[in-house]
Design a protein around this ligand. Sequence first.
Ligand SMILES: *Cc1c(COP(=O)(O)O)cnc(C)c1O
Length: 411
Amino acid sequence: MARLNDNYLKLQAGYLFPEISRRVTAFADAHPNDKVIRLGIGDVTKPLVPAVLKAFHDGVDDLAKGASFHGYGPEQGYSWLSQTIIDKAYKPLGVELEASEVFISDGSKCDSANILDIFDLSCKVAIGDPVYPVYNDTNVMVGRTGKADEKGYYEGIVYMPCTEENGFAPAFPSEKVDIIYLCFPNNPTGTVATKEVLKSWVDYALDNDAVILFDAAYEAFITEPGIPHSIYEIDGAKKCAIEFRSFSKTAGFTGVRCGLTVVPHDLMASTADGEKVSLNQLWNRRQCTKFNGVSYPVQKAAAAVYSDEGWAQVQEIIAYYMENARIIREGLQEAGITCYGGVNAPYIWLKTPEGMTSWDFFDKLLNECFVVGTPGSGFGPSGEGYFRLSAFGERENVEEAVKRIRQKWGK
Ligand SMILES: *Cc1c(COP(=O)(O)O)cnc(C)c1O
């Protein structure tokens, strides 16, 4: 009989979102006349903008004619898309990149998981807590960890707790590590890193020969000036960081699928013999072997995000979500609930009232306000006692949810 990958069995059962879904379905079945408002899963709600949709359609029409048909494209993505991203998303930040440093993909969940292919299992990994669960679980799957302890921490991973005390900014790892995951603006806490903080991480990584895996999926939601949108805004980052970006939240591509990963030529890692090799070369090899590129119409649609028209339309939607975030944040604060985030990220990270556990608050919010959010403990042990509300939603629903929460908490 074929032996399975035992590492998968180390994963803790009951992934967060299926459990939420189970409880919401049970509630909805029992209360068919009550309108449940879902501010739980981090998925966008607005449709694609017109400029993007037109380019998407044009891309499909191109495939209908022999003269403009496209079959397999470059595994790294079309250079017209990589160059557009460099010109429109990176140059304005003062970041110079070559097209061969940008790899177009079908999303940054996959990339942030697949990147583990190019690192040895002996690499020590540091992960935030709470965290986007993909970083943790993919390390378990490849076999970099032992079992989880009763709190949910896996043996072999170095966790960096993000708490109210440290402003949800991870401290440097407690021991020497080779790979450090950072996500700013952060999912789930909604916090950002200032230039000074990010510089301290780059310096730390350079001093300790570590690689930073920087997830910038929410950079488009930064509203405050001076907050870095890319880790490459920091000197030296090209020698120590890989950056992931996504069209998912920026432009409503969660169902369309397009993202990108930047692996700079200057970023090196060492062989068993201590020889230095460019990680760009390895990632390129990995993609060429295991990936056949993003579909042509999707790349056309992605390029249109950066057209003058497309960008203005996309910005309008981001502003709409961020207004939702403001309504949630201020409404909860007026109800006396302590909350974080929601200024440079579409997530509000609130402290559960009266010291409730995350799941107790989930049940109370669902049963008494008919509002669905995400229990903070689902993102890691340090998320216990916290709760995430998403700003992705329709305005009237967001206003209604805030009204119900304020009524419930008496203010
Ligand atoms: C949504 C999200 C992504 C984007 O994933 P895609 O695969 O590009 O849709 C990446 N990182 C974080 C932290 C996210 O929340």
